[in-house]
Design a protein around this ligand. Sequence first.
Ligand code: MCA
Ligand code: AMP
Length: 492
Amino acid sequence: MFSIIETFLSHCEKTPNKRCVVFNGTVFTYADMRAMAARWANTLTERGLKTGERVALFLDNSPEFISAYLGTHWAGGTIVLINTAYRQVELNHILSDSQPRFIVTDAHSRPALDNLKLKIENLEFPAQASPHFSFSIFNSQFCDSVAFIAYTSGTTGKAKGAMLTHRNLAANVASVTEAWGWTANDHLLLTLPLFHVHGLGVGVHGTLWSGASLELHPHFDVKTVYGRLSSGDFSLFFGVPTMYGRLLSEAAKHAKRPPALRLYVCGSAALSAETMLAFEQAYGQRILERYGMTETIMNMTNPLNGERRPGTVGQPFPRQAGRVVHVRTRQPLPPDQDGEIEVRGANVFKGYLNRPEATAECFTEDGWFKTGDLGRVSADGYFTITGRAKELIISGGFNIYPREIEEVLAQHSGVAEVAVLGRPDPDFGESVHAVVVKNDPNLSAEAVIAFCKDNLASYKKPRYVTFVSALPRNALGKVQKHLISQVIETGR
Ligand code: MCA
Ligand code: AMP
């Protein structure tokens, strides 16, 4: 099995003049992207990057993100993905845990790094790769080395670095491109951030694997996206439910619907059956919903041809398996019974960086990965996600761990106690609600929100803050979050 970088390079040989990435109206062909990737590989190697050493990307969407990613792999390095919204708390943790040899950033994102105590040396970027440049680091061990580390949390509040090997990525992209009939003729409109697995592991990998092309946007802007979809240039669009909700509202403002795409795909959070059916009315096409995770990339999909069943995430991708087990006995359950979803396949990650116990805990003895998602499977094999065993808020497709916000807010001198929970939100699906017991009678909701924003990524800040006199606790002193809504209602 070949890696993403090897497959990309073979497309560069065969179709050098084909468009690969379009950004801000500029077309980068496969040959252009190869030259850019080569410059990165060359620079990193000349600067002493050794096989297996880490390069962190702290970059927004751009062709440079993709070329630095490919160049690092070409030089034998491992990528560390970092959301550019992250601030001091997240950055300190990720950088000290992953110890990258280099961090690649730009003028826009760099100020967040300047607050950290890092020894920064600016890297001169050569105009082009040296003429003697020739890399061929690929060997039999390459596919089992770590391609990227992406941070994702468990219930502990501290993010863990999920390590995915080149083999994991290749196995999954082969399954995804097969299931969705992705070919070199496809052109994808990609507005998802590349520092998470949806944008990178599905959008970019699928494109490079198929020898296809993508138009990359720095950000999802609904008016721009609607305009671009109306151009008829695209065959594929991938988004999170928030994006589809906004596209629905946008369509209501226009008399004419955009021309048909080959495929609209949705994931990262649950797509309501209502949005799915309303989208079909407005755009004339049924969205294909699929289910993934950072640790496994893509797990399940509704079919390309066949019934796309609203409210379900479909069936395992080719060469992957899924099952539902009892949450305590861990025994497989018959159809239609609720339990925890487990998955298996060559796509499943190698483990969490520096955390052998957490890695051991998330696998069964016979090698199934415990997703922490609750659900059931129908007699004809369609999986439905019904809830989560892990404590997690998914807001607009971004994962937010209540524990991380609680830990930050607990450090505020005006906060005596705090519990953070998800609250339904029409735009983001769920949003963050902080329930606070004050130490300081003058503490305001605005101060609570500002304190979060100073320390964490802005999207994690509470959208709602409620002050209460006490939090409900059980006999062991554990906060009982399911009772908090009653506390809020009675104001006790
Ligand atoms: C932005 N803001 C948010 C969110 N996004 N607040 C809560 N939830 C969010 N998701 C806040 C910003 O912090 C900022 O606050 C303000 O909104 C405006 O920022 P802007 O970026 O302009 O926001 P937006 O246009 O509303 O962004 C919405 C979005 C974005 C386009 C839906 O959240 C997004 O790109 N989501 C995709 C996430 C994703 O790729 N997830 C995949 C994870 P302030 O102004 O106060 O600073 S991978 C995964 O889940 C697995 C593998 C899978 O299955 O795919
Ligand atoms: P992440 O850790 O960012 O990779 O997020 C993965 C989580 O997103 C999964 O464990 C699910 O809880 C959730 N998720 C992804 N796709 C879907 C979907 N189609 N429906 C419901 N939840 C989803």
